[in-house]
Ligand binder design. Structure first.
Ligand SMILES: NC(=O)C1=CN([C@@H]2O[C@H](COP(=O)(O)OP(=O)(O)OC[C@H]3O[C@@H](n4cnc5c(N)ncnc54)[C@H](O)[C@@H]3O)[C@@H](O)[C@H]2O)C=CC1
Ligand SMILES: O=C(O)C(=O)COP(=O)(O)O
Length: 392
């Protein structure tokens, strides 16, 4: 029986893909082999020695101690693209919210309760306080052209905006998806100087913390609107506050309000609703559960953020899974050891990512002397070994 701990509410349509006769799943499960979570912050959590896989049902993994997991041989997955459409739609809402004072108008309209027959006349009289501008013909700068950024770019282009993108690390796949009218900014300065709206679609990492700071705000047009549906830590609160006070930044729309931001002028605060749609919750949960199952049951790795992706069809025999530092002579030590136990390799894959190598080795028999696993673990540089019984 595999044990799976959930650290957030995970969509049932995903969780039901764990077969009940082989998986125990729940928030109270102890010593799990797998964890499925959303935004739960794992940094202060002790990682049980039983833990082999963590799946983030979503995109951002800044809530997971990735390096610590890698050292312990724990494979961390996310679900790329599974919630991108939901975020795209809210970013488009953010563009409109920062253009038409919809939020202010709605708040004001609520104050008219009790005005009886005067409501309609008061609405017509007061509406000029909430006039705005159209997004058509305005320039939107998108920082980060990944799953979400590309969708936002194409949707904004379809709404007749001028769209400029900036992503020095754009993948070939995402570049192909971009509408040909999306311009490419060669530098962040060039991007920010032209923008009426700036939207962030990048991950929060050490390198991107406080990405929007006083220096970058100074490069922007007066009255610029900044949209942050990525992570709060990407924008320096200390630098944002005076910019909002002075009107340098016209509006700040954020999905990540905190104690400081919620009290700032001209902030539209949304309670982290980017991925909170029925569709995206299902997509993310289904993808996360499939990833964990394929890893626990077959050792296949798809959509990991810390290990190389390695997928190999099973031949029916026992399977050996090994993670090692990618240093010379590892594969030959492994094959020599197996040969010493007269184990014949039927199929093998070895992939490397950032110095971490992962091997899937299928043998042509069903059982393997457990001593082989112990000996493999003794090889310097190997930090994770699992042996899956054959299916014959
Ligand atoms: N509000 C919400 O509920 C949600 C927020 N997010 C946030 O949005 C982020 C992006 O999500 P996806 O588009 O799915 O991820 P993704 O991995 O598909 O795209 C991220 C893109 O950012 C680019 N990038 C990284 N560093 C950059 C830099 N310094 N300058 C410019 N580009 C840079 C990468 O090359 C990549 O193309 C997530 O990491 C997460 O923090 C994601 C989903 C839901
Ligand atoms: O996928 C992401 O990065 C998100 O921010 C969504 O977070 P959530 O799953 O809604 O807690």
């Amino acid at each position: 029986m595999y044990k799976i701990q959930t650290l957030n509410k995970i969509d049932e349509r995903g969780l039901k893909l764990f077969p009940a006769d082989a998986y125990e799943v729940g928030g109270e499960v102890t010593n799990p082999e797998g964890i499925v979570l959303r935004s739960y912050k794992m940094h202060d959590m002790e990682l049980p020695s039983s833990l082999k896989a963590i799946a983030r049902a979503g995109a951002g993994v800044n809530n997971i101690p990735i390096d610590k997991c890698t050292d312990k041989g724990i494979v961390v997955f996310n679900t790329p693209g599974a919630n991108a459409n939901a975020v795209k739609e809210l970013v488009i809402a953010g563009l409109l919210l920062s253009s038409r004072n919809i939020a202010g108008g709605i708040e004001w309209a609520k104050t008219l309760k009790g005005e009886g027959d005067n409501v309609a006349a008061l609405v017509e009289k007061g509406k000029s306080n909430f006039a705005g501008n159209e997004i058509k013909g305005k320039t939107l700068a998108i920082i980060g052209l990944g799953a979400i950024g590309v969708m936002v770019a194409n949707a904004a282009e379809a709404l007749d905006m001028n769209v400029i993108g900036f992503d020095p690390y754009i993948s070939v796949e995402h570049a192909w998806e971009l509408n040909q009218n999306i311009a490419r900014a060669e530098s962040i300065e060039a991007l920010l100087a032209q923008a009426d709206y700036v939207t962030l679609q990048i991950p929060l990492m050490d390198k991107t913390k406080n990405f929007i700071d006083a220096e970058k705000i100074a490069m922007m047009k007066d009255g610029v609107r900044i949209l942050n549906f990525a992570r709060g830590g990407l924008v320096s609160n200390a630098d944002l506050k005076p910019a909002l006070e002075s009107g340098k930044v016209g509006w700040y729309v954020t999905d990540f309000p905190d104690a400081d931001v919620i009290n700032m002028k001209n902030v539209i605060a949304i309670p982290h609703l980017g991925a909170s749609t029925e569709e995206s919750e299902t997509n993310c949960a289904v993808m996360a559960v499939r990833e964990v199952r394929d890893y626990l049951e077959n050792g296949n790795i798809r959509n990991s953020v810390n290990f190389p992706d390695v997928i190999m069809n099973r031949n029916g025999g026992a399977r050996i899974l090994i993670a090692n530092k990618n240093v010379p002579n590892m594969v030959s030590q492994i094959s020599t050891l197996l040969a010493g136990y007269s184990v014949n390799i039927a199929d093998m894959m070895n992939r490397n990512r950032n110095g971490i190598a992962y091997n899937i080795i299928d043998i042509d028999r069903n059982e393997l002397n457990p001593e082989v696993g112990d000996k493999l673990r003794e090889i310097e540089g190997i930090f994770m070994v699992r042996i899956l019984p054959g299916q014959k």
